[in-house]
Ligand binder design. Structure first.
Ligand code: FAD
Length: 497
């Protein structure tokens, strides 16, 4: 028994970050020894827009002990096999970043290298024809992969407001106590600088030993009270605004997110069972708010179901996510545009690492240094991946030209230079994306390596052509055999109308 074990955790904020943290900590910690309180303010409200996830999220649900189909019914969820990118690279271009690779290596070498060789020899089949998730997605099909021989992964689209409600139910059933109120003061310990308590507008005082800042863009604890600097990345990621609106469904939900590039940003389309989520992310230096709103409304598949909501943000992250006895999650820890649906992933990994490095009341600085190093590396690598979508594009508009001309982070420059020279992607510390994900974005945008791997030339080109044709046929068979996404949803997890 550690005499200095944490006995109380106070989470400030009840958006996606706050309730994810509450549900997971309540699951992992013993409620008889650790008391968890969540303070939130209905008056302030939540952002409530993060609706697309990545496959890692399935582990979050599994760890919580959540049944997939029950969760999907409760949140009007649909399946997601990847992201379709339209008009990225050049207008008219379409490519897919699927949750899977392009098949087994051939003679130990990644299939995109062999594709490159055939492409150079004049073959026209797109790389996406070798992607198992795309074989289903392009046909509007879905079924989970065969676990004995997994060929792809899946994630979900869900209603963010219903998801927060769902998590709140889970967390409260496991003993988390919710306190309603607005925090107006945060006293610090004069000796250690640690947070002592939260003081609410009605005079209540909520104390705690470990505090989790989930206050969204306000960053009340990590930012305002503890003064942790924000590292601004807007010179690399100039989109600083978004406008979002749900609309009625016009067709069966697609099993993927769609992202369509615009003159100064991009538009998302997220299909759910009961509606679609839509939004435009844009650089206000290149697109006015009224233009963004007009573009959003003009591109809806069905009638808008609410008044569009605007958001302003600055791409970047906190210099440290953990200081003293405070850990920041969600927007309080930083912001990256939702191009690859990484907001919830970063929250999930932040919670996972907090559990991995769970402190005692000594709050040994070595623990938070390591936490900050690992989380920082992940943020920086995701940042690089998102910048890559912009800087390799050939689109002619000023925002895209500026993205091509800018000085890149050294880590991204190294990746792109190595890719151009060898068709390989050097994976660094803290990577979230595999080589096939990088290949999907770089090849999809027409950013081809100068040469393919010289070792693959030993295989006669006709033999390679025949083997790659068999792979394409295999993919097409896989896609044809799966049920329609809508049929699969109706059979397994149909939500109430
Ligand atoms: P919020 O939702 O803002 O919650 C903040 C909480 O803090 C609220 O409960 C508020 O009441 C409380 N609070 C604040 N100040 C106080 C105070 N003084 N006293 C008491 N309570 C207080 N991520 C994805 O993974 N996929 C996506 O598709 C995606 N799309 C996005 C689209 C847009 C336009 C944006 C902006 C983000 C998107 N994200 C997405 C990111 C995702 O929405 C966020 O990661 C997620 O919503 C986390 O929000 P949060 O909980 O940090 O903050």
């Amino acid at each position: 028994m550690n005499e200095a074990a944490i006995r109380s955790i106070t989470i400030l904020g009840g958006g996606t970050a706050g309730w994810m943290a509450a549900a997971m900590l309540a699951k992992k910690l013993d409620p008889r020894t650790v008391h968890i309180t969540l303070v939130e303010s209905e008056e302030i409200g939540t952002v409530g827009v993060g609706e697309a996830t990545v496959p890692l999220f399935c582990h979050f649900n599994a760890t919580l002990g959540v049944d997939e189909h029950a969760f999907m019914q409760a949140t009007q969820a649909s399946y997601k096999l990847g992201i379709e990118f339209c008009d990225w690279g050049v207008a008219g271009n379409t490519h897919f970043h699927g949750f899977g690779d392009y098949g087994e290596p051939i003679d130990g070498i990644a299939p995109h290298q062999h594709w490159l060789r055939l492409h150079r020899a004049g073959d026209t089949a797109p790389i996406d024809d070798y992607s198992a998730p795309y074989a289903l997605a392009r046909r509007g099909k879905f079924m989970p992969t065969d676990p004995r021989q997994p060929r792809y992964l899946h994630a979900y689209h869900f209603d963010a407001v219903l998801y927060a409600r769902y998590l709140r139910g889970l967390a409260e059933s496991r003993g988390v106590v919710r306190v309603e109120g607005r925090v107006v003061d945060v006293p610090l310990d004069a000796e250690t600088g640690h947070i002592r308590a939260l003081v609410l507008a009605d005079g209540q005082v909520v104390d705690g030993e470990l505090f989790i800042d989930c206050t969204g863009f306000a960053a009340e604890l990590i930012g305002r009270r503890l003064g942790t600097p924000y590292v601004d990345w807007s010179h690399w990621l100039p989109c600083d605004s978004a406008i979002a609106v749900p609309c009625a469904r016009a067709e069966a939900p697609a099993p993927f997110t769609r992202s369509t590039a615009l003159a100064a940003g991009w538009q998302w389309r997220i299909p759910l069972q009961h509606r679609e989520g839509n939004g435009v992310v844009y650089a206000s230096a290149h697109m006015r708010d009224d233009e963004a709103e007009a573009t959003l409304l003009a591109n809806l598949a069905g009638a808008p179901l609410a008044t569009p909501r605007r958001f302003r943000f600055t791409a970047g992250r906190r210099e440290a996510f953990w200081r003293h006895n405070c850990v920041a999650l969600g927007f309080a820890s930083g912001f990256l545009e939702p191009l690859e649906s990484t907001g919830i992933q970063l929250i999930q990994n932040g919670i996972g690492r907090l559990l991995e490095f769970f402190p005692d009341r000594h709050f040994d600085p070595a623990v938070c240094t390591e936490y900050n190093r690992v989380c920082g590396a992940e943020w920086d690598r995701i940042r690089d991946f998102i910048i890559a979508h912009y800087c390799v594009s050939q689109r002619p508009e000023p925002m895209w030209q500026a993205a091509r001309a800018m000085d890149l982070p050294d880590t991204l420059r190294h990746k792109l230079d190595t890719w151009r020279a060898t068709g390989r992607v050097p994976l660094l510390d803290g990577e979230s994306y595999s080589e096939s994900s990088w290949a999907a974005i770089l090849l999809g945008n027409g950013f081809l390596p100068r040469r393919h791997d010289p070792l693959i030339d030993a295989l006669p080109v006709e033999a390679l052509r025949a083997s790659m044709a068999r792979r394409r046929e295999d993919m097409a068979r896989l896609g044809r055999a799966a049920p329609d996404h809508q049929v699969y949803l109706d059979r397994n997890c149909k939500a109430a109308a």
